[in-house]
Design a protein around this ligand. Structure first.
Ligand code: ATP
Length: 426
């Protein structure tokens, strides 16, 4: 690796002024302390690709905690978080941007898929513990050296050729989540696996290494999948490399359906902003064709209570909707409402695609666009004014009125009041 390429210009053109100022300050502070400082990882890759910048990741050859302490004296930082044990620190800038600092380090794996032991080292060794060559480049920012690319493993060439390549043959064994990371980058950048990397990946898959990995770490990767633009492409890759059902146990891979699910229709996109847990919306699509198997997913991964409850409600809600909506009999609006009101928006799109009858789709649309917004005009206050005592009865009355409004029996506010008088006040 040499210092052939200088990316100072690229930095200046792609990083906002505040970030550049920070980079300069870090570079100066580091040299005063006799340390070398680098930007590393995704940011270097994305700079070279001309892609949008996210967070800044710095690595220093030296004590990152000491550097950050020094920096704190000169920077308008809001918050400083230090982790003594790992010699890492973060600062949060005024604009909310998070900036990470680490001491360059090596990691030792005691056994496959274990968490690594950590020890301070040179930048080269720090880069060597990383996942792929394209993520193993550093950009020096030490004062006087700003913009010098340090690329000991040929990341730049691989980036130009569009290749994902591991740094050594044990990479997937040390950390099987790299299997999933590889597929995510393949999908995102439309890259290819380098030949040796591909056979190492296939070996790792067939030796069942993902089974040894903590479900929590795999779940992290799953969430990252669903944050990608072209998730469908990644699912295809998961299937192609034989890890689809490892990641999504008992899920049914049906390409045509998945493609329809993940290439959202415009019509539906406006419901997407009601979705609270976007990645679960994705998981529901994966399991839509065999929804009851989603319980396998729930059992495998450490979900939060809210995530778990959403999945349970969606399974139940879609199941009930599929019984009611296609029915040939004449269904009242309030029946549709009562059945669908417990279905979280995470399940709307899956249900829509699962309904194959026109009539059923019309009914669901009616719920989405109209029924669920109908509310009684009168309120609890009006009921009090009519002389009723507040209590559980209020909810019952208001629900009843809502149902009658949905069915078109009650229309105006005076109809509602009359209804209350006749049925609850005699
Ligand atoms: P993204 O654009 O998806 O955020 P990134 O490369 O910035 O990509 P991060 O997960 O933020 O991804 O990781 C930052 C850097 O840390 C990576 O570029 C890589 O060098 C290293 N890294 C992350 N995860 C691993 C891993 N499992 N094994 C080895 N190195 C890793």
């Amino acid at each position: 690796g040499g210092f052939a390429l200088n990316l100072k210009k690229l930095l200046e053109e792609n990083i906002p002024p505040e970030g550049l100022e920070l980079i300069n300050t870090v570079g100066k502070t580091a040299s005063l302390l006799g340390m070398r400082a680098f930007l590393v990882g995704g940011i270097v890759r994305d700079l070279l690709l001309g892609q949008k910048q996210k967070d800044l990741d710095f690595v220093v050859e030296g004590d990152a905690l000491l550097l950050v302490k020094e920096l704190g004296k000169n920077l308008p930082t809001l918050k400083l978080i230090s982790h003594e044990r790992f010699k890492t620190a973060s600062i949060i800038l005024k604009n909310g941007q998070k900036v990470d600092f680490a001491t360059s380090r090596v990691e030792f794996y005691q056994y496959p898929a274990a968490l690594p032991e950590v020890e301070a080292s040179t930048i080269k060794e720090d880069l060597y513990r990383r996942d792929f060559t394209i993520n193993s480049m550093a950009l020096e920012i030490t004062f006087g050296h700003i913009g010098e690319l340090y690329d000991p493993f040929g990341g730049f060439a691989d980036l130009q050729e569009g290749i994902i390549r591991v740094l050594h043959n044990l990479s997937f064994i040390e950390d099987p989540t790299r299997i999933l990371r590889a597929l995510r980058f393949l999908g995102r950048f439309n890259f290819k696996l380098e030949d040796n990397t591909e056979s190492l990946l296939l070996d790792a898959v067939s030796s069942g290494l993902l089974e040894l990995t903590s479900p929590g770490r795999i779940l992290q990767e799953i969430k990252l999948f669903f944050a990608e633009k072209d998730i469908f492409k990644i699912l295809k890759l998961l299937n192609h490399y034989g890890v689809y059902t490892e990641v999504f146990p008992k899920a049914h891979y049906e390409e045509e359906f998945l493609s329809r699910y993940f290439t959202f229709s415009f019509e539906f996109s406006r419901y997407l902003k009601e979705i609270k847990i976007p990645w679960l919306f994705g998981v529901i699509g994966i399991y839509a064709k065999n929804l009851t198997e989603i319980s396998k997913f729930r059992k495998k991964y450490p979900l939060t209570r809210e995530e778990e409850e959403t999945l349970i409600k969606v399974t139940k809600g879609i199941g009930e909707a599929l019984k009611l909506l296609p029915s040939p009999r004449d269904i009242k609006g309030h029946e549709i409402y009562e059945t669908l009101k417990n279905l979280p928006p995470e399940g709307f799109w899956a249900l829509y695609l699962l309904l194959d009858r026109y009539r059923a789709k019309v009914r669901f649309r009616q719920y989405l666009e109209e029924l669920r917004f109908i509310k009684p005009k009168i309120t609890g206050e009006d009921l009090k004014a009519l002389g009723l005592k507040p209590g559980p009865l209020f909810r019952e009355i208001l629900n009843k009125i809502k149902a009658l409004k949905i069915d078109g029996v009650l229309k105006e506010q005076k109809d509602e009041i009359l209804y209350v008088r006749q049925n609850y006040l005699s």
